[in-house]
Design a protein around this ligand. Structure first.
Ligand SMILES: NC(=O)C1=CN([C@@H]2O[C@H](COP(=O)(O)OP(=O)(O)OC[C@H]3O[C@@H](n4cnc5c(N)ncnc54)[C@H](OP(=O)(O)O)[C@@H]3O)[C@@H](O)[C@H]2O)C=CC1
Ligand SMILES: O=C(O)[C@H](O)COP(=O)(O)O
Length: 551
């Protein structure tokens, strides 16, 4: 049973959802807003053409408001609402470009595809500031984090290029087993649909569609509603670097566009990053699920578990960074903390004091850590979670917790939490973190094991016997266990995956290249000399691009 504790850390159980201190962080009037990017139109890219939709475009509402008009979000652009018909046009263009593997891009040598991709990455890098600014204004990432989303994406493309070349290189050889000689080549699957979440709208689209493109597929990218504009500056680059129809970019209703596409049964692979319920809704429309390749990266409820001998200052620093980065809106954010009762008081008081020292403000402010939330319903949801927990025995243990003004909410630490509270099991994906107090380490082990999620887990402590026991128990429930360090996806070369509702598939360049391709064999019997001789000849000349290594 989780324990109650006598809290001596600040306890401020009142909610202030009209917090004046937070109101003061917003620009007073439009004149005080530093520099809104020019209204951006996020158009569609279909069959190499940048086009509009016949449906009314949607305003892009920034999470920024001004003090004199607190209920009017700044409008920073518009995105097109692609119609179902346009989604199908995009599919047809992708199919034409792929042409059963005979299209220009699919047939191109890996070397040539990599050269095109390198110049695309260079051009993308030149647009870092422009894209970062849009990310900042549209989803509220700090200027630093917005920039790092773009630079990380460029670095990922370069890694994917390197890995793609290495894959082709490793396959350029004959293998022999039990009287069979063969070459194995990873060939494209066909048309790939990629959809990214709002918290990494650029990066997590690229982590899937770039490897898919490199392997010779045609792709349809669906940008999220929050996070559409950062894609706009890239449309001209897609048109410049890739053959017509190889890549389409759509914005609009995910249910309408992606639902229509998956419903045709003509999509060969889907890469979907978002919640389990959205993935379920999307995939149930697939008429032939048995032939749809699905890469799904989903929601999570990562725990930090402090063992009795945890170094509190190490654990506090890690939890602060794990809880607060992008206001807790990361799948790898620490969304539950388990602390042994012997450490609960000092841990909570140090954690509270660090969290209270974080600076709330506008994404462009220097040293800002807490920024406005871009989802309309998020502040209300956070409030609901806190109210529910308070009613069931938890407290807000940090002095600045429980405050919000419109889209800007402070981070609240709730303790001690129990299984009757919503926040015990729901993924909060925002600025509130629950802390549970345990006496027997089996309690957090059971919590992780029984969770419907299974992304990562962070363990704090040094006792070898105890750490060994936890690693052995938890390794069958999560995709990564971090020792005395917070959860994170990177470095991007390592496999990023999980279990349960958290992942189906592995999100890194090496694995994604394989996922979006089929290892295809060309084989003959070793004792059939005439066939073997013919194959060897094909391997050297230009009569067979697959064997010659074009792909
Ligand atoms: N494991 C990982 O690697 C990562 C996981 N995530 C997870 O993503 C979530 C946050 O992202 P968020 O964007 O809010 O995710 P959502 O699942 O809420 O939304 C993703 C997209 O799905 C679309 N969608 C919803 N239902 C359907 C449907 N039935 N058919 C087709 N499309 C549908 C929505 O479009 P529309 O509303 O327009 O219909 C939306 O754009 C968190 O849970 C987070 O943990 C985030 C990053 C990485
Ligand atoms: O959306 C997420 O949270 C990411 O997949 C995690 O990436 P990060 O740990 O690098 O932020």
């Amino acid at each position: 049973m989780t324990l109650g504790i006598n809290l001596v850390s600040p306890v401020s159980d009142k909610l202030d959802w009209e917090c004046q201190k937070l109101k003061d962080k917003f620009p007073r009037t439009r004149d005080d807003v530093p520099k809104v990017p020019k209204p951006q139109e996020c158009l569609l890219l279909i069959d190499g053409d940048v086009v509009k939709s016949s449906q009314k475009p949607t305003d892009v509402r920034s999470p920024i408001v001004t003090q004199d008009h607190p209920d009017e979000h700044l409008i920073i652009g518009r995105f097109e609402m692609a119609s179902e018909q346009q989604a199908i046009q995009a599919l047809e263009a992708a199919e034409r470009a792929y042409m059963y593997g005979r299209g220009v891009w699919a047939k191109m040598s890996m070397d040539e595809r990599c050269k095109r991709m390198e110049s695309f990455a260079d051009d993308l890098e030149n647009k870092t500031d422009e894209i970062a600014e849009l990310l900042m204004w549209e989803i509220g990432k700090t200027a630093k984090d917005a920039r790092s989303e773009v630079t990380r994406t460029v670095a990922y493309i370069r890694t994917a290029i390197k890995e793609a070349k290495a894959l082709v290189e490793s396959e350029s050889r004959w293998q022999e087993q039990k009287g069979v000689i063969c070459q194995i080549r990873h060939l494209p699957v066909g048309v790939v649909l990629a959809s990214s979440p709002f918290n990494y709208p650029l990066n997590e689209a690229y982590t899937t569609f770039i490897p898919a493109l490199l392997m010779g597929n045609s792709v349809i990218v669906r940008a999220p509603r929050n996070g559409a504009t950062p894609h706009f500056p890239t449309l001209e680059l897609f048109a410049k670097h890739f053959p017509r129809g190889t890549i389409q970019l759509l914005t609009g209703s995910g249910r309408e566009i992606m639902g229509a596409l998956v419903g045709t049964g003509r999509i060969d692979a889907v890469a979907f990053i978002g919640t389990a319920s959205s993935a379920k809704g999307l995939l149930k429309g697939a008429p032939n699920p048995q032939r749809l390749r699905v890469m799904y990266e989903g929601e999570a409820k990562d725990a930090a578990i402090l063992l009795p001998d945890a170094d509190i200052s190490v654990a506090v620093d890690s939890c602060v960074s794990g809880m607060t980065s992008f206001n807790g809106q990361r799948c790898t954010a620490i969304k539950m903390i388990w602390v042994h009762h012997s450490q609960a008081e000092p841990f909570l008081s140090q954690l509270a004091s660090k969290i209270d020292s974080l600076v709330p403000g506008m994404p462009w402010d220097e040293n800002v850590k807490i920024t406005p939330l871009c989802e309309d319903t998020k502040p209300g949801y956070i409030r609901e979670l806190i109210t529910d927990a308070l009613a069931k025995g938890a407290h807000i243990v940090n002095g600045t917790g429980g405050r919000c003004y419109r889209t800007l909410c402070t981070l609240s630490i709730l303790a001690p939490v129990n299984k009757h509270m919503k926040i015990w099991s729901e993924e909060q994906f925002g600025p509130v973190t629950p802390v549970a107090v345990y006496s027997d380490v089996q309690e957090p082990i059971d919590w992780v094991s029984q969770s419907e999620y299974g992304l990562q887990c962070a363990l704090f402590g040094y006792d070898e016997a105890l750490l060994g026991r936890l690693v052995d128990a938890l390794a069958y429930h999560v995709g990564r266990i971090n020792i005395n360090t917070p959860d994170q996806r990177g470095p991007d070369v390592f496999p990023f995956t999980g279990r349960g509702n958290s992942a189906l598939g592995i999100l890194n360049a090496t694995e994604a290249l394989k996922f979006f391709s089929v290892p295809t064999m060309v084989a003959a019997k070793t004792d059939d000399e005439r066939s073997v001789k013919t194959l060897m000849a094909l391997d050297k000349g230009d009569k067979c691009s697959v064997l010659f290594g074009a792909n």
